[in-house]
Design a protein around this ligand. Structure first.
Ligand code: F6P
Length: 342
């Protein structure tokens, strides 16, 4: 019988490799922390699976910090993550898309060494129509007190992430994560209730066949983005691209990771700083993309180099295969500099 590898076993194996290469003894804290995320993901997936049978579709009746209608499932997903992670001793702060301020815990820096930033249920507008949604997370290490406050630790640039990942609730439930040593994918096996390794060392194809963007916004993009998309459509990169856009970032990103291509959320006239959130959307996906051989930019530079100024900061976000991304960077850099968030 072929033996399975669960996500917990995989993390422990990765830590053993780290022990061999760095001599640093794994503490087990980190795998315990990530098990909080997988537990919450299983709770969220169970709720989503039975959404039509229980009263969880629809609006909760309040707006979140973004001024968006909170869906009941948004609220449930947020509570599941806060509950599962808040109990872990190693957590110093939890930062959620749904909460205006970070939730902090009074734990000394030795014990409470991690900060988890997350979007509990991304793509909420797709919930009620049974289309894929996801959870995105990013893990940061708290800086020692002499180097910075907890708030400064939360606002570290993306290249300092120690782990990042997402869960896509689709025909199957898939978890993808990186700790900076490649990208690994797991599929939830509902018969045993565990995420089982299904894609080890994932690589984004060098070039794909799809671009993914909300074209309804095209009139408001900087001209360079319109020209770039037109170039993809008309064979400028040796093939005529087709388009795919789900409107759930996790699902659009997951396809781009597996099949290659490019996902774009450019600045628009209405949203010159972009729409997507730096800390819990762009950063974790940029980390994963780079670890898989792809690239991510806000138009004028690397996403992971942005120094965040606020926890809910927005950014233009373009991510994808190397071929498309190099062409994009060459096409849009000057325009994006003036239109970007900085
Ligand atoms: O940030 C939330 C989100 O729903 C993402 O999941 C998605 O990529 C994007 O917004 C869709 O935005 P729009 O409806 O403007 O295309």
């Amino acid at each position: 019988m072929a033996m399975i590898t669960t996500v917990q076993q995989h993390i422990l194996q990765q830590q053993q490799e780290m022990l061999k290469s760095t001599g640093r003894e794994p503490t087990g804290t980190f795998s315990w922390l990530l098990s909080g995320i997988t537990l919450a993901a299983k709770m969220i997936e169970a709720k989503i699976r039975s959404a039509g049978l229980s009263d969880v579709y629809g609006a909760f009746g309040a707006e979140n910090v973004q001024g968006e209608q909170q869906q009941k499932l948004d609220v449930y997903a947020n509570q599941a993550l806060l509950h599962c992670l808040g109990l872990r001793d190693s957590v110093a702060a939890l930062v959620s898309e749904e909460d205006e301020e970070p939730v902090t815990f009074n734990r000394d820096a030795e014990t409470g060494k991690y900060i988890i930033v997350f979007d509990p249920l991304d793509g909420s507008s797709n919930i009620d129509v049974n289309v894929n949604v996801g959870t995105i997370f990013s893990v940061l290490r708290r800086m020692p007190a002499e180097l910075g406050t907890l708030e400064e630790s939360i606002l570290q640039p993306g290249f300092r992430q120690v782990a990042a990942g997402y869960v896509v609730y689709g025909p199957s439930t898939v978890l993808v994560y990186t700790t900076g040593n490649g990208v690994h994918g797991f599929t939830l096996d509902p018969t045993i209730g565990a995420f089982v390794l299904s894609n080890e060392k994932m690589r984004m194809p060098e070039q794909g066949s799809y671009y993914s963007v909300n074209e309804a916004n095209a009139a408001g993009w900087p001209e360079e983005y319109r020209a770039y998309v037109e170039m993809l459509r008309t064979g400028g990169l040796q093939k005529e691209y087709s388009s795919r856009y789900i409107g759930s970032l996790v699902a659009d990103f997951h396809r781009t990771l597996l099949k290659g291509g490019v996902f774009l959320y450019p600045p628009t006239l209405k949203q010159p700083k972009g729409k997507l959130r730096l800390l819990y959307e762009a950063n974790p996906l940029a980390f994963i993309a780079e670890q898989a051989g792809g690239m991510a930019t806000y138009g004028a530079g690397r996403i992971l180099d942005i120094k965040p100024e606020g926890i809910h900061q927005r950014t233009p976000f373009c991510v994808g295969s190397r071929r498309e991304m190099e062409a994009l960077v060459a096409a849009v850099s000057p325009a994006a500099t003036s239109a970007s968030a900085r």
